[in-house]
Design a protein around this ligand. Structure first.
Ligand code: AMP
Length: 182
């Protein structure tokens, strides 16, 4: 485990056993990090959520943004535990209200993400969570959306960081906690 910011006292390294490598998914050359074994183990799932709550709980988080779709699974329980609002960053066309959108390059393909304009208030302290930090394009794009709405990114949290893709370099000086590095 490592972080540029807070470091939880929880031993997240044992979570590694619950992450399954799926070669050549969704396309040749990609090793997909499948987190469903972790999600299906109640104790491992709670350990993951605890790690984020302990690491970011002292910072006065107003909103936790989860990135569609696996980021939702992390962000909703963390928001609940922090007494913060849960905000979904959704793929294009899914949110009904007035939205802000941003397009970016993925490790595989391209994508657009959106936030409801009224989801983040000016000056709100926002934590952004996702399952995997790969090239960093996704998380950086969501960070841009948050700051564009007047929010302040207090940190990024990931279950997994793929160090060889150097996504961290796209996240600037923001605090970052990745529970497992590959
Ligand atoms: P990136 O924008 O390259 O950092 O990609 C991050 C997003 O793509 C996250 O929402 C991940 O869920 C997904 N992703 C990218 N690479 C992988 C991978 N190797 N295994 C699982 N998910 C991935």
């Amino acid at each position: 485990m490592s972080a540029t910011g807070p470091s939880p006292s929880i031993d997240a390294e044992r979570l590694r056993a619950f992450v399954r490598d799926v070669p050549d998914f969704p396309e040749p050359g990609i090793v997909f990090k499948d987190i469903t074994p972790l999600l299906s183990d109640a104790d491992a799932f709670r350990t993951m959520i605890d790690a984020f709550v302990v690491a970011f709980g002292r910072g006065g988080v107003d909103a936790v943004v989860g990135i569609e779709s696996r980021g939702f699974i992390l962000a909703a329980p963390v928001a609940d535990r922090l007494g913060a609002s849960f905000v979904p960053a959704r793929k294009a066309g899914k949110l009904p209200g007035p939205t802000r959108s941003v397009s970016y390059a993925l490790e595989y393909g391209e994508a657009t993400l959106e936030l409801h304009e009224d989801a983040i208030g000016a000056g709100q302290r926002v934590l952004v969570l996702d399952d995997v930090l790969a090239t960093g394009g996704t998380a950086a794009a969501v960070g841009e959306l948050v700051t564009g709405l007047g929010g302040s990114v207090v940190g990024f949290g990931f279950l997994i960081e793929l160090d060889f893709l150097d996504g961290a370099s796209k996240l600037g000086d923001h605090e970052r906690l990745s529970l497992l590095h590959y």
